[in-house]
Design a protein around this ligand. Structure first.
Ligand code: FE2
Ligand code: FE2
Length: 176
């Protein structure tokens, strides 16, 4: 970390590097996920989510380069490996676990992009806020999809629940 760097800039870069690699892991995982499903509607929706995660990766990469920063090579390798393993495990772990895991991760993604927008504002990059909040809104839709899929499953009452996100409109209220 550059000690002369604004603390919020360091935090923003940390989130963006984690998100850049995390989006790749997510896309790989969703690729395995939709291919493991038999329901045509679910396959189509998760295939679309996969493409939205790849678009996020592209956008986050652009934000990093605007900040003259690069992806973290260690995270790139680690998250690619994790994504590959999840993709593979979808074929053997049944229906519930991948849906549950995805919903939980998506909830974290909403928070991350809202935090990133906050840090972008603090370190003098207001031009990045819109892009970051739009991504938070897309993650909000992803979380909703996966949560609604699992709420009627008997295992939903057995597994720990994550905090249900506030209404989508609160994304913009909370961050600015
Ligand atoms: Fe994403
Ligand atoms: Fe997502």
């Amino acid at each position: 970390m550059n000690t002369n760097e604004h603390p919020s800039l360091s935090k923003l870069v940390g989130i963006l590097q984690a998100a850049y690699s995390g989006e790749l892991a997510a896309a790989k995982a969703y690729n395995g996920h939709w291919k493991s499903l038999s329901d045509a509607e679910d396959r189509k929706r998760i295939q679309l989510i996969e493409s939205e995660e790849l678009e996020h990766r592209r956008l986050v990469g652009e934000l990093l380069s605007q900040l003259h920063k690069a992806p973290n090579p260690h995270l790139e390798k680690k998250m690619a490996r994790i994504g590959w393993w999840i993709s593979l495990s979808c074929k053997i772990s049944g229906w519930f676990i991948p849906m549950y895991g995805a919903g939980k991760l998506e909830q974290g993604n909403i928070v991350e992009y809202i935090d990133a927008a906050h840090y972008a504002k603090e370190c003098g990059h207001p031009e990045m806020i819109e892009c970051l909040l739009e991504m938070a809104e897309v993650e909000w839709e992803h979380e909703k999809f996966f949560r609604e899929k699992i709420t009627h499953h008997f295992l939903y009452n057995v597994f720990p629940k994550w905090a249900i996100p506030e209404p989508k409109s609160s994304i913009r209220k909370r961050s600015l």
